[in-house]
Design a protein around this ligand. Structure first.
Ligand code: AMP
Ligand code: MG
Length: 418
């Protein structure tokens, strides 16, 4: 049996690095083919290749006149000999000396033309067109040449990329109605606590609604996993055992609560009974200090599940649960989705107020990031501690306050995006 305390308590950075190290070794799920529009948030399991040159023809980027740039000079009148519209075949349209062809944005530039004069920069009368004063052209202006964005056969999206609107647009441009993506890892969510009631129950005065299972389910889905909420585990050895036995059959097991030092915090002990390896049993951070990360060995005689099951024991206080999810679970889960190994999503922002540090802890506090045209600014949200879900909902990020340092307004700090 492993000793739960042997793994010990790590600094924040060390703990993140420990997770990333394990994330780099996870097994990536099989591929499945799904409809293009279902693929947002999934991880691509194939390369998407340009099925033709992009753009597929020399494309006008302005409404105006297809001309030869060296003929578009002050005082010279050109004869308009036709018109090409977007979606119209320009085959046959070609330009001889002294001619111009009226052209619309998105249309194919006729043979012989090497620039498009904007309609706003031209004067016209009858079938003659000429340059407006001071509005000359250089060759190539207002034309995107065939194949200059992508060549037929070129891989435009690579396996392992996360799919969002930009990738969906590009896949659509390549004619792809379906994409091969990685299957979602199955994530079991177990809330522990005698005080918890489910949403269909009216809580007594001393009871708390189980919000963590919902928070975690939403976070898992947003990170690309498929969440399953198991029944609440009461603070008894039997109940915690039973739920862990169920949860270990999944790809990843998330437990909330029961990891502090209290008499009824049984999660670590029971995990140890199952032969768990612990990679850390606490992190010098606030909130989130009691967070636990480890791995359960593969069950004998089962074909289901992975070769082993990673687990996180997250603190029960709702803000702690979310902060530790973003710092540790999210990078692990993204790797399990096949998206590769990446640190939590930190950006830099300017602190809008003085904040006191705390010696021995990295503080990761609910905060609001505001963007204006100058620079992103962050200020802490007033809160009543790590149970304050209302304050958490007023926040849109978490400000990272390094160990022991007092910070001044104007200092640049890291901000954890959510
Ligand atoms: P624990 O980590 O088990 O000591 O839980 C700390 C506190 O977090 C509890 O006293 C509850 O108020 C709260 N809590 C624990 N589990 C949940 C949950 N599933 N949903 C909402 N709050 C919870
Ligand atoms: Mg508890």
């Amino acid at each position: 049996m492993s000793d739960a305390n042997a793994a010990g308590i790590l600094g924040f950075r060390e703990a993140v690095e420990t997770v990333l190290q394990h994330a780099s070794g996870v097994r990536i799920p099989e591929a499945e083919t799904i409809a293009l529009l279902e693929s947002a948030g999934r991880v691509l399991a194939e390369d998407v290749v340009a099925d033709r040159d992009q753009p597929p023809f020399d494309r006008a980027t302005r409404d105006g006149f297809a001309v030869r740039a060296d003929e578009w000079t002050a005082g010279r009148h050109l004869r308009m000999v036709g018109q090409v519209r977007a979606g119209e075949e320009s085959a046959g349209a070609s330009l001889a000396n002294g001619e111009a062809i009226e052209i619309m944005t998105g249309a194919a530039v006729p043979v012989g033309a090497d620039a498009v004069a904007m309609v706003e920069h031209a004067e016209q009368s009858g079938d003659e067109v000429w340059v407006a004063e001071g509005r000359g052209l250089t060759a190539g202006e207002n034309i995107v040449l065939r194949g200059s964005e992508a060549r037929k056969g070129e891989a435009l999206l690579a396996s392992g990329m996360e799919i969002a609107a930009a990738e969906i647009a590009l896949a659509a441009a390549c004619g792809r109605a379906e994409l091969a993506v990685r299957k979602r890892p199955q994530v079991a969510i177990v809330a522990t606590g005698d005080e918890l009631v489910e949403l269909d129950q009216a809580p007594e005065a001393h009871q708390i609604r189980n919000s963590n299972s919902y928070a975690l389910a939403a976070l898992v889905a947003a990170a690309g996993g498929s969440p399953g909420r198991l029944r609440i585990a009461r603070d008894t050895r039997e109940d915690v055992r039973e739920r862990i036995a169920q949860g270990r059959m999944w790809d990843l097991l998330l437990l909330s609560g029961g990891v502090s030092a209290g008499k009824y915090d049984l999660v670590e002990e029971v995990l140890a009974e199952f032969g768990a390896e612990f990679f850390f049993t606490g992190v010098r951070m606030q909130p989130g200090k009691p967070v636990v990360f480890g791995r359960l060995p593969k069950l004998e005689n089962t074909s289901g599940g992975g070769p082993e099951c990673y687990f996180f024991g997250l603190p029960g206080n709702p803000v702690s649960t979310k902060v530790t999810f973003h710092c540790f679970v999210e990078p692990m889960l993204r790797a399990m989705c096949g998206a590769g190994v990446g640190a939590p999503r930190f950006v830099q922002a300017t602190l809008a107020e003085d904040v006191q540090g705390r010696v021995g802890l990295t503080r990761i506090l609910p905060a609001r990031l505001t963007h204006d045209f100058a620079r992103p600014e962050v200020r802490l949200v007033a809160w009543q501690g790590s149970g304050d879900l209302a304050a958490n909902a007023r926040a849109n990020c978490y400000a990272v306050l390094p160990d022991g340092r007092d910070l001044k307004a104007g200092d640049v700090i890291s901000v954890l995006l959510r």
